[in-house]
Every structure is written in structure tokens, then in C-alpha cells.
Ligand binder design. Structure first.
Ligand code: ADP
Length: 422
């Protein structure tokens, strides 16, 4: 479904309300009311997952389980003690223990370290975006040089904005991968809903841990989650998190020898809080790919992955104008993708569909193999060939661009007004 920041904000607030009232009822011993509120929280969270394409099924399950236990009239704490389940499994949304001593810091730190994502992404995995890559590489190089006067800022804060699926996360992963840095990947919307009431503590702990484990790259995805709602209001949690984040970002700039590069990303820069916007002096547009970039993206997701094309370029696209003067199938496909407004993610889906079509052509009996034992399946050799024109034509028929054309112009307008020029 279409990304709708307003709807997401409403769902988030509903989730926070249900979750908060579940905790209050539970603490006051009102089990039936707590069960209802946990069930509501679970239902809203799964709607939120649908709206944001996130996967918090595990957390939804935990909330549902908490509702069941309370509905049976049992006490959550007693239930888990009896069943010896881990403490954070008490159905309180995965938050830290409400009572706690020394273990609280350890838990917080463990939580922070869980934000560290594995990344083996390199610059070679990115098609196009040469200017953006150049800016990011420059920031990394500058930050990595230890010997420089104080006046030369070691840390840059960069905001990447652009349509969803254009490579913002990929770029952040490549920065971390190239630096061999710890990559803290935080979805702010997720953090806000998951850690109700604890989110601002989490933000402080995040930057503290990032500095301790320097060099680090902190990637704040969905930074627009901290936007004001339409009437200019902001709920209390978001306001507190915003204040903490601003303070931490200011702190990072003054930082000593620690190297923490903070990257933020948004698909809706126009709803960004102006205070956040001003903390990111470098704002880089990550646009839809042009033909050169699209050609590279298609190559990355086919030829570089071990599957080549076979056929004349013009045979891969319905309209011969896309193949005029081009020397490869990748370029002909790229021309059509650009004309249709495909994002990098849309092109990845197109390539994957084309490769699948080729695999199906060469292995018509694949589905029947499931009847064989897993051991035999494991050693089964897949028949592979090249991607032919019909595989691509069929892939075009089953995929489409994800972004309405009118939205694209909005990013250029915002770039004109607030974007950085290098
Ligand atoms: P964003 O963070 O902008 O929403 P992502 O970086 O998560 O988008 O991109 C989604 C996927 O689309 C990537 O994992 C990658 O497979 C593909 N993709 C997008 N842009 C590019 C690109 N420039 N080069 C190669 N692959 C890309």
C-alpha cells in the first residue's frame, strides 16, 4: 500500500495509547482490561507493520500471548516465573524490566549492540549515484584522518532524502562496510513504538555506545517519524525523543577523537521538523536512477550475480525506441525502466522476476521435487541458462513502478529549496 505518513502517525499513537493503558491496567491488577488493551496493541502493531512494511510479528505474538495469559486470569510475572521464560518476554512490548537495578544498564547496552547490523555491502554494489557516493566517501575520508586541526570538523551529519527504494540504506551500509565500522541501523519509527517511554534513554545510549565502539556509523532511518503532526502538535514521547536526539547530535559535533558518522534518511523530507533539518547541514537528494545508473543496477542484479542475457537488445523491450542505439540488453531494459519511473528496488524486483522466469523455463518440474527428501533436494543440480527476451517481457508484465509520477517532482522542489550543492 502507499506510504502514508499521516496514517502511520495515527497508528503509532493508537499503539502507544493501548500499550500504555495495558501496562497501567496490569500494574493496577485489572487483568481483563489489561488483556483487552494488549490485544488492541497487538492488532494496531500488525496494522502498523502493514503500513510500514516492517516485520514485528514476534512482538505482535508476544502481546497476543500476554493478552491470553491475562484473559485466563493469570498474573504475567507469575506465569513467566513458573515457565522460566526470559524476563523480557513478559508481554510488555519487549521493553526493559520495569523494576531493575544494575542489570538495567547491561540490558540497555545489549539492546544497543543489537542495533549493530552486519554489512558486507561495498561501493561496487551500488549502481550510479556517483555524486552521492563521492560526498559520502569524502566525509568518511575526512573523519578517518586522525591528524587534523580542531577547526576541521571530524564528524559530518548527512541527510539522505529521496523516494523509497532508491538506495539510501544501501549507501549507508556501503559507508559502514568500507570503513569496517560498527553500523548502528535504527528505524526511528520502530524505536518509538517499541520502546514507549524509554525511547529517549535509548537514543542517548545509542550515541554513547556508538562513540565507545568508534569508528561507528549511526544510520537513523525514517527520521521523519519525529515530525510534528498536521496541527503542529507532537505527542509527549516524540517531543522528548526529539529533544534528546537534538542534544545528542549537537554533542556528536563537539566530539573528541571518536569517529561517529551520523546519516539520516527520509522518504518525506517536507514533513521533517525544522530543528532536525538544521542539524543536518548536508542534505543529499538520492533520486530515481538515470539510464547509466539503471544500466548498472540491472547488471548488478543479473550479470554480477552470475546470470547473463542472450539475445539482441531490441528483443528485450516491446517498443524499439528503447533499444535505439544501445549495445546491450541491460541498457535497453534500463531505458524502459527509466521511462516508466522504476526505482532501484523496482528494478531489483524486475531482475529477480526475469531470473525466476529463466529458472522456471529450465526446470519445469521444480515443484514436484518437493515430494523428494530434503537431502536429495539439497544435492539437486538446478538447470541454468541465460535470460532470454521472453523472460524480461514477462517480468515487465508482472512488475510496475512503485512511485506515482507526481511524487517525484516534490523531491526536486524540496532539493531546490533545502538541498546541498557540492
Ligand atoms: P531506500 O533506503 O532508499 O528505501 P534501499 O537502499 O533499501 O532503499 O534499496 C532497496 C533495494 O533496492 C536494495 O537492497 C537494492 O537491492 C536495490 N537498489 C536500490 N537502489 C539501488 C542502486 N542504486 N544500486 C543497486 N541496487 C539498488
Amino acid at each position: 500500500m502507499k506510504y502514508d505518513a499521516y496514517r502511520i502517525e495515527i497508528l503509532r499513537e493508537q499503539y502507544e495509547d493501548s500499550f500504555k493503558s495495558a501496562q497501567e491496567h496490569r500494574r493496577a491488577g485489572r487483568k481483563k482490561a489489561a488483556a483487552r488493551a494488549y490485544a488492541d496493541a497487538a492488532e494496531t502493531l500488525s496494522k502498523l507493520d502493514d503500513a510500514t512494511n516492517e516485520d514485528r510479528a514476534h512482538q505482535v505474538k508476544r502481546l497476543e500471548r500476554a493478552a491470553d495469559i491475562l484473559r485466563r486470569g493469570e498474573d504475567l510475572e507469575d506465569h513467566f516465573k513458573r515457565n522460566q521464560e526470559p524476563e523480557d518476554d513478559r508481554g510488555d512490548g519487549g521493553g526493559p524490566p520495569s523494576v531493575g537495578g544494575d542489570s538495567e544498564d547491561d540490558e540497555m547496552r545489549a539492546q544497543m549492540e543489537s542495533f549493530i547490523a552486519e554489512t558486507e555491502t561495498t561501493w561496487a554494489d551500488i549502481g550510479g549515484l556517483d555524486d552521492v557516493q563521492h560526498d559520502l566517501k569524502r566525509a568518511v575520508a575526512l573523519g578517518s584522518i586522525a591528524n587534523k586541526p580542531d577547526a576541521v570538523s571530524a564528524t559530518e551529519r548527512i541527510l539522505l532524502f529521496g523516494p523509497p527504494g532508491t538506495g539510501k540504506t544501501l549507501l549507508a551500509s556501503a559507508v559502514a562496510g568500507s570503513l569496517d565500522a560498527n553500523f548502528f541501523k535504527v528505524e526511528l519509527g520502530n524505536l518509538l513504538s517499541k520502546w514507549y517511554g524509554e525511547s529517549s534513554k535509548q537514543i542517548s545510549a545509542l550515541f554513547e555506545t556508538a562513540a565507545e565502539l568508534s569508528p561507528s556509523v549511526v544510520f537513523l532511518d525514517e527520521v521523519d517519524s519525529l515530525a510534528q503532526s498536521r496541527d503542529g502538535d507532537m505527542n509527549e514521547t516524540s517531543r522528548r525523543v526529539l529533544d534528546t536526539l537534538l542534544a545528542e547530535l549537537d554533542g556528536v559535533e563537539k566530539g573528541s577523537d571518536d569517529f561517529v558518522l551520523t546519516l539520516a534518511a527520509t522518504n518525506t523530507p517536507w514533513i521533517l521538523d525544522s530543528a532536525i533539518r538544521s542539524r543536518f547541514p548536508k542534505r543529499i537528494h538520492v533520486p530515481l536512477p538515470n539510464v547509466d545508473a539503471a544500466t548498472e543496477i540491472i547488471r548488478i542484479h543479473t550479470v554480477d550475480g552470475g546470470v547473463a542475457f542472450e539475445g539482441h537488445p531490441s528483443a528485450f523491450v516491446d517498443d524499439s525506441k528503447h533499444a535505439r542505439g544501445v549495445d546491450s540488453p541491460e541498457r535497453a531494459i534500463a531505458q524502459r525502466c527509466v521511462e516508466d519511473g522504476y526505482t532501484g528496488r523496482d528494478m531489483e524486483a524486475l531482475c529477480s522476476a526475469a531470473v525466476n522466469n529463466m529458472v522456471t523455463r529450465h526446470n519445469p518440474d521444480l515443484a514436484h521435487l518437493v515430494d523428494e527428501s530434503v537431502k536429495r533436494l539439497r544435492s539437486h543440480t538446478l538447470n541454468l541458462g541465460r535470460i532470454k527476451p521472453q523472460d524480461v517481457t514477462h517480468a515487465f508484465a508482472t512488475t510496475s513502478p512503485s512511485l506515482p509520477e507526481e511524487d517525484v517532482a516534490r523531491f526536486y522542489d524540496w532539493d531546490d529549496e533545502y538541498g546541498s550543492r557540492t
